[in-house]
Ligand binder design. Sequence first.
Ligand SMILES: *[C@@H]1O[C@H](CO)[C@@H](O)[C@H](O)[C@H]1NC(C)=O
Ligand SMILES: *[C@@H]1O[C@H](CO)[C@@H](O)[C@H](O)[C@H]1NC(C)=O
Length: 357
Amino acid sequence: MVSKLDLLFGVLITAALMQFQIVFVIGEPQVPCYFIFGDSLVDNGNNNGLVTAAKANYTPYGADFPQGVTGRFTNGLTVADIIGQLLDFPNFIPSYATATNSEINSGVNYGSGGAGIRDETGRNLGDRISLNRQLLRHATIVSRLSNLQRNKTFTNEYIQKCIYIVNMGSNDYINNYLMPNNYPTSTIYTPYQYARVLIQQYSQQLKSLYKLGARKIAVFGLGFIGCTPAEIATFGTNGEPCVESINSATMLFNDRLSPLINDLNNAFFDARFTFINISSISAPQEGVVLPNVPCCQTRSDGQCVPNSVPCSDRTMYTWYDGFHPTEIANRFLASRSYAALSPMDASPYDISHLAQL
Ligand SMILES: *[C@@H]1O[C@H](CO)[C@@H](O)[C@H](O)[C@H]1NC(C)=O
Ligand SMILES: *[C@@H]1O[C@H](CO)[C@@H](O)[C@H](O)[C@H]1NC(C)=O
């Protein structure tokens, strides 16, 4: 997530991206398929049929999306959509909820708002597809693909060439640890211990993904959750721009995630895991700084008020609602995940290099 966005820089990147798309729009995707695991930052409609407050299938979500409302938690494209475009996929990757047999060979999006590394995370909002359940869904997709392709060797080789992104952990803080009235985790664990237990569980889950055939896996670190308008409204900032206690708790998670990625690369010599450092990408920069306020009117849970009128210039805001970036902020995150501007943005590989390996 973005705390402050250097507007000028963002606009330059966007202009560069548009050129890129114009030049490369014709042709094959760089990899045969692209699978997306995560939470509301990548959800493209999986929650629409669930009983949960964590769904975005109403206006003003989708105000700038070609098909309007889809369940995406932003005005336009998600970070996962934009990475797909940068990988030259001609269409958006379908949600698991709607994917047909003819679509699944280009990949599936399992993202679910409210979901976490821990199964109970997000329960306060209602139903959600936790990472464990997303992995079970992926196992069914792999066997469907195998049945369709009718050649196990071919399918195994095929899915090894794909890009997998995993964007998890924000809700294990927002909709778990930071809600002491709903969850006991903050009384059981210090922030340091909690980061450790999350990373232990995440490690098992990433190994499961490997066992399901994934070999090119980009894992996103956490952004500055303490800078989201909703957390600022809930906790206050003591005169700082952000809730520093939240940012320092989530940094403990990031500090352990990067070494986990190195460990996984050492343990599985035929796999390439990479760490996408969202806190490096979204660190405050020189130049015009956008305030941490939402574009839409928000409900008490941080989501947009249904049918409310959003801000008119969505390129001037980092946040669409109380938690989720606008498309322009997503463009900034996606472009630097894809093509790192600094070695700190992505290590050991950015997504463009992961695709070529
Ligand atoms: C199955 O796929 C492998 C790998 O692409 C290929 O070498 C083999 O010839 C295929 N087998 C059949 C029966 O088509
Ligand atoms: C991630 O970015 C932060 C800067 O926000 C930096 O302190 C940290 O070292 C980076 N991590 C890696 C593994 O590069």
